[in-house]
Design a protein around this ligand. Structure first.
Ligand SMILES: [Zn+2]
Ligand SMILES: [Zn+2]
Length: 384
């Protein structure tokens, strides 16, 4: 019989993701549509499908890993050594009893109903001292939640309090997270409360611990509130404090406000990514604030003092005589306060061309031009 791991070209320790990747690669390579008339490829394609069918299904894979074969009828298909599997010496037993117990295969169905396979699996698990259920019920930490929060420029500068509506899984209070119904337990229908089931395997008769109630004889129903999950989805409001100076893309963590864990495990965390809306004039770069202010040519030419906006309010800025377009001035410690330090404000000058609509302005500019006949581009010409 083929070694399914070998067929898919993966190690026995390969992850589900690796198995899938390898399967996809091989299935594409040997696909009949891509290899018309190639019998070997079509045979190989079938083998790859068969191997993946088993190794992609956790229950089938567990059985394959433990006993070295998987078959829905319970008997090994084909003969020969079981590579990697334990030598259990099952030869001679008729395993079909186990699988076929209770229900017959519905017409047209290619496999046994889910529950049938599961029981068969549980019995195998018991033989090897392993319970599939135990693995599924191990406590697992809750997953983290990610939310985005939009705040405006000023809220980011000054800090703010925001209320966020989130939906998260919370531990079910009705069953205290166990997923089980409280009160009277019902008799296990599998073993009629004895805790044991009898199985025939060929000529052998086995008495096994009932896989359904795990020997307890009684079953606890599922919690009707959480349907057995131990958690319920809940919409909740969370108050978040955004510290002053919060930056674009800042990520805040609220511990324990992610999804609840299963079976009493810790909850995940809530992460909030801050998105800061733009201001029409102030631009933020780190903790510095940048602003571009228009200045008339007479202000720049003669020098003056102008008022500029800062995040604290108006501030006076001296424009020296002969200030050029694009020139920058620094207002120290007028930027963003964050963690005890403060950035600066950078003011960039944008020179406005004079708006000449009247005759008098035209005359004045012409007069100015006559006083300054030199070519303003002379430096360029000297170097080109
Ligand atoms: Zn039982
Ligand atoms: Zn519950």
């Amino acid at each position: 019989m083929a070694d399914f791991y070998q067929t898919l070209g993966v190690e026995r320790t390969a992850s589900a993701e690796d198995i899938k990747k390898s399967y996809r690669h091989l299935a594409r390579k040997h696909h009949p549509d891509l290899n018309p008339g190639d019998k070997a490829a079509s045979e190989r394609f079938k083998q790859v499908q068969e191997a993946y069918d088993v190794l992609s299904d956790p229950k089938k894979k567990t059985m394959y890993d433990q006993v070295g074969f998987y078959s829905e009828s319970g008997a090994p298909r084909g003969a020969g050594p079981q590579p990697g599997g334990p030598n259990m010496g099952f030869g001679g037993f008729d395993f079909s009893d186990f699988a076929a117990r209770g229900a017959s295969r519905p017409p047209g169905s290619t496999g046994y109903p889910q529950e049938e396979t599961a029981n068969f699996q549980d019995i195998f698990s018991q033989w090897f001292g392993r319970s599939q259920n135990a693995a599924q019920q191990a406590p697992q930490k809750g997953t983290d939640l990610e939310y985005g929060l939009n705040i405006d420029f000023w809220q980011a500068i000054k800090g703010t309090q925001a209320r966020l509506t989130i939906s998260r899984h919370e531990g079910c209070t009705i069953c205290a997270g166990t997923g089980q119904r409280s009160g009277n337990n019902t008799l296990c229908p599998e073993c009629n409360g004895t805790g044991n089931v009898t199985q025939m395997a060929g000529a052998m008769k086995f008495s096994l611990t009932c896989p359904k109630c795990e020997g307890g004889g009684r079953l606890r129903g599922r919690c009707s509130t959480c349907h057995g999950d131990g958690r319920i989805a809940k919409t909740e409001t969370v108050d978040v404090r955004i510290p002053a100076g919060a930056q674009q893309g800042a990520r805040l963590r609220v511990a324990g406000k992610g999804n609840a864990g299963t079976h009493g495990a810790a909850a995940g965390d809530l992460y909030i990514t801050v998105r800061v809306e733009e201001h029409p004039f102030f631009r933020r770069e780190g903790d510095d604030i940048h602003i571009t202010v228009p200045v008339r040519i007479d202000e720049a030419g003669l020098g003056t003092k102008i008022e500029v906006p800062t995040i604290d309010g108006r501030a006076l800025l001296k424009i020296p005589q002969g200030t050029g377009n694009g020139q920058k001035f620094r207002l120290r410690e007028k930027g963003v306060s964050r963690g005890g330090t403060r950035g600066d404000q950078i003011v960039e000058i944008s020179l406005l061309a004079p708006d000449v609509r009247d005759e008098r302005s035209r005359e004045l500019l012409k007069e100015y031009a006559e006083l300054h006949p030199e070519d303003p581009r002379s430096e360029i010409w000297s170097k080109v």
